[in-house]
Write a protein that binds this ligand. Structure first.
Ligand code: ADP
Length: 407
């Protein structure tokens, strides 16, 4: 029976990790974090930081680039830290955040060699994330050979969309080859949706829009706990403008830049992922806190654009749901920016939504006014916790991994 789960979220230059202890009775929903932390700056100036479940610092270490050259070396450092700080900590299962599960994976899954081969084949769909996620899996397989490795997908929560939400109006053959609207941030939406079932069960059983507003940003329409529509599509570029990503864009712009020879495909990729959104519009920063603090009119204009696009997409998703019972703000901006929440809601009175400014300013859980037809909430997200819950559940039913059976 798995007791300890390590969650890993491997990006291009970072690995976030958290070690969870299953609660009494091995309830998959009851896991407490013992340690969490991250390796950042892989390839440049690597740093390992970690804290315990109470928020106390356990480690802050800097490494020379040659000491920690890749994900494997980072995993060795994480392993060493866990051995030092949680003596006798055996890791029974490792849960990985994997950005893309393609059309097939609608649930978390044990990462055996056949599944890994399928996920490798999906790398062209998410070239900036999937290869790093899978490098994290291989490093964890070496570091924890006896642990069950479980993949949890950002796309899985959206896999039950109706065809009209899942497709583009391209010739049908493209859909069959996997050119679809996948949607992302699924682990965050699943977590928030489960939290809402506790916070406001009637709203969670009805029609909600959850706004995941972080560096990456999207909205999800959820009906009775199931994703119905997402602003994100084939890649995590679509929908809302983000910290550095453009959001929805006429494909004609891409054609124009390619055809006039102004940009190569690689330069375009770099532009659309890294230099657009709040950063590109403001010329000041990708970080909303910097924009809120800045006196530069371009910073204010970037926030106005962000807010306007959120309101437009809320209108579109409310139409997809046929009405709205609840709006939930989550992730860094959604949880903390009083200004963005107020500005978004200020344009939504036509939905029957009325904000309580004092509750919003206080960061209360319920921030709508008495009598508002749409209840508005602020709910923190926790993707790691969601991965831990899934991993405990999947690992309980899984056979021991190939590597462990050989010894
Ligand atoms: P990620 O997508 O990288 O997980 P987060 O969910 O941490 O990102 O969100 C990061 C965003 O949240 C940044 O734009 C940051 O400025 C914003 N943010 C965090 N705290 C605050 C705050 N107190 N007020 C306004 N914005 C905030």
């Amino acid at each position: 029976m798995p007791r300890r789960v390590l969650t890993l979220n491997a990006g291009s230059s970072s690995i976030k990790f958290a070690l969870y202890q299953a609660a009494d009775g091995d309830r998959p929903s009851g896991a407490a974090a013992l340690v969490c932390g991250q390796v950042e700056g892989l390839g440049a100036s690597p740093r390992l930081t970690a804290e315990n479940g109470g928020g106390e610092t356990l480690a802050e270490r800097a490494f020379a680039p040659a000491q920690m050259a890749d994900h494997g070396a980072a995993m060795d450092a994480i392993l060493q830290l866990l051995n030092e700080r949680v003596p006798g900590a055996s890791v029974d299962a490792v849960g990985h955040r994997i950005v893309h599960g393609g059309p097939r994976f609608a649930e978390p899954v044990v990462l055996d060699s056949a599944v890994m081969a399928e996920l490798e084949a999906l790398s062209p769909l998410a070239p900036l994330h999937q290869p790093h996620n899978l490098a994290g899996v291989r490093a964890a397989q070496r570091g924890f050979p006896a642990a069950v490795q479980v993949g949890c997908f950002d796309t899985a929560f959206h896999r039950h969309h109706a065809w009209v939400e899942d497709t583009y109006a391209l010739p049908r053959a493209f859909y069959d080859k996997g050119v679809r609207r996948y949607g992302f941030h699924g682990l965050s939406y699943e977590y928030v949706s489960q939290q809402m079932a506790r916070v406001a069960p009637a709203v969670a059983a009805g029609r909600m829009i959850v706004a995941h507003l972080g560096n990456g940003a999207s909205l999800c329409a959820i009906q009775d706990g199931r994703s119905v529509a997402s602003t994100m599509g084939f890649t995590a570029l679509d929908g809302l403008p983000m910290g550095t990503r453009c959001g929805q864009l006429d494909p004609g712009v891409v054609l124009y830049l390619l055809q006039t020879g102004r940009m190569t495909a690689d330069e375009l990729q770099d532009l659309l992922y890294h230099d657009c959104g709040l950063k590109g519009l403001s010329g000041v920063s990708q970080d909303l806190r910097d924009l809120e603090a800045s006196g530069d009119p371009a910073a204010g204009a970037a926030i106005d654009y962000f807010v306007h696009r959120i309101r437009r997409e809320i209108g579109a998703l409310a139409a997809a749901l046929g009405g709205l019972d609840g709006l939930v703000f989550s992730a860094g901006i959604g949880e903390h920016s009083v200004r963005v929440r107020a500005a978004v809601c200020a344009g939504l009175e036509w939905l029957g939504l009325s904000l309580a400014p004092d509750r919003n300013a206080a960061g209360a859980e319920l921030i709508s006014a008495e009598g508002s037809k749409v209840a508005v909430f602020v709910v923190g997200t926790d993707e790691e916790q969601m991965i831990a819950r899934h991993t405990l559940r999947v690992a309980q039913a899984a056979p021991r991994p190939e590597a462990a059976r050989q010894d």
